[in-house]
Design a protein around this ligand. Sequence first.
Ligand code: BGC
Length: 564
Amino acid sequence: MAGGGGVGPGNGKKYPGGMTCNVFWTCVIAGTGGLIFGYDLGISGGVTSMPIFLEKFFPAVYRKEEGITSTNQYCKFNSQILTLFTSSLYLAALVACIFASWTTRKWGRKKSMLLGGFLFLVGAIINAAAQNVAMLIIGRVLLGFGIGFANQSTPIYLSETAPYKWRGALNMIFQMAITIGILVADVANYFFAKLEWGWRLSLGCAAVPALIFIIGSWSLPDTPNSLIERGNHEEARNRLQKFRGKHVDIEEEFNDLVSACEEAKKIKSPWINIFRRKYRPQLTFAVLLPAFQQLTGMNVYMFYAPVLFRTIGFGMSASLMSALITGGVNAASTVVSIATVDKFGRRFLFLEGGIQMIICQIIVSVAIGARFGTSGNPGELPRWYAILVVSAICVYVAGYAWSWGPLCWLVPSEIFPLEIRSAAQSINVSVNMIFTFAIAQVFMYALCHLKFGLFIVFAFFVVIMSIFIYKLFPETKGIPIEEMSEIWKKHPYWKKFVTSEESRKNDGECGKSPANGKSFTNGKDSPKVSTDGIDSLDGKDSVKDKDCELEIRKVKNLDEKDLC
Ligand code: BGC
């Protein structure tokens, strides 16, 4: 494949040990972290379209909705207060995952997961008991905190636990759990919508996935990487042995984990280091992948499927039924991804899914445009029309579910080296949350103003992100996680950032030794090696050199006293 795809695998290391029962069940249990996120994604759209809920908490929206019969359908549900209810959670999650970067590193992956489960549980209870909007918002903020901790730590847990050949499939259990959570929420909404207290049941049932996740992560061991990171080498070795199988030689993998950890320990502040030039590829993907995932427009269907289907003329329960169908397609198609990701690779799925989504978005846009025009008044909708729109949406959802959905959780968790893994994953989750928030907040407003053209805007984003993958994403399939840094060195674009010589030269910093003190730009600036182990230049350009020495000392974590 052209673009970034021609890059070969890491340095060809192949650790022994494949899928074992132990590793499989560990990943299934850990993957339940996705349930809480999924349940919430699915439930909020349904609850905000329940008239009794609207009448109690958002009477103005309710009155507007009741009063409107034949005016512009595009703008019917455009209420910023209502969308703030949906999206407040994502802001809370964003804040939480910054703290989670610290807990995941210092306390381990398991405790961060547990904390996430507890916070989500409390949020669910408060929401179910809500008497006023304040209680609703407090509950949602706690749910958001829970999701922030869980989404930060669970994908890392999965990628660190899985044997490298199965990492794609095992990591995607997280996305599988997200889609199951969404589907269960859709079903819950469908049945509960008919009851007077339905909204309380819908919101309160969030406690069930929370309890599953809490009990599950309580029973799990921590990952070998995290145990080594916190100094428990013996336990880490035993754990790795259990994961890989009793008779498997884990020596090489274990030693590589220890060295990766030693290297990582030299870095005191991952939050500063992540901005160093050599981590530019990882940082780029940590920011752009989650942003792009949201710009596919998928959450428009996830949050607003019931509302959207009502907008295009289906009745209340028909629209929940259609949302159920999209939820089912979403979960089923994720299985396709699990089955193929370690065979066909990430690039293939990204690109195939992208093309499928572009075509479907265009069909949806044309179909809505043709019937609703710019006035948003479609008249009677024929049956064939409804089938066409729902089918196009389903094919779109399938494309997303085997590409950008799971891959945007898998790829970030496998490309970050240990020294910046926690911080980088927090950036990944934060950006995901910011964009989820933005899409949730802006969608109704944008639909009201851009009308059917909104779906073309999403199609345009998918074109851009597919080109981005084609050109800049090197295949990560089948490469051990601690060997991943090799792929950038072989990539036509990224290599200039990560090869140490180029990195120094292009930084315009000082053209001298990189952090490991071994190689230099082009041999012209030959360094003298000082007794403190820090390479220094000959006396020219002393101010700049001084800065560079300080920079190197910082990177090496040496104190002032070490320098004399
Ligand atoms: C995304 C969610 C989305 C879900 C749909 C996840 O990967 O992060 O925002 O709703 O996929 O399945």
